[in-house]
Design a protein around this ligand. Structure first.
Ligand SMILES: [Zn+2]
Length: 116
């Protein structure tokens, strides 16, 4: 199993039917101590989920956060991410069940989508 994705593979995965709306897409590359996927983009280290957002939606407004509906830091499924303000406590929001569509993502983590 390959541990890091090239940006081409990364882009492919974002546009692929494999990106499920329900299941988490686990990052198999580098992770930080909190479990957030990390990669490099334009010469800088960036969180994988932030890069996923950028690839899909364009630049993240300054000072804004990309939060997980699924409360899974290593997930970069674009469908599980939302833009939050610094005032939003993303984790708290998820734990209180105020996510946007009511899925309970926590129990349906998925490990099927490897890049070989
Ligand atoms: Zn997820």
């Amino acid at each position: 199993m390959k541990l890091t994705l090239t940006h081409e593979e990364y882009l492919y995965s974002l546009n692929s039917h494999k990106v499920d709306k329900v299941f988490c897409k686990e990052w198999y590359g580098a992770k930080n101590s909190e479990g957030y996927g990390t990669t490099t983009y334009k010469g800088k280290i960036i969180y994988a989920h932030r890069l996923a957002w950028i690839k899909k939606n364009g630049d993240i407004p300054k000072g804004m956060y990309i939060c997980h509906k699924c409360d899974n830091p290593s997930c970069y499924n674009i469908n599980h991410l939302f833009l939050g303000t610094p005032k939003d406590n993303c984790q708290d929001k998820v734990k209180k069940g105020r996510n946007q569509n009511g899925y309970n993502y926590k129990n349906i983590k998925d490990n099927l989508f490897y890049f070989n």
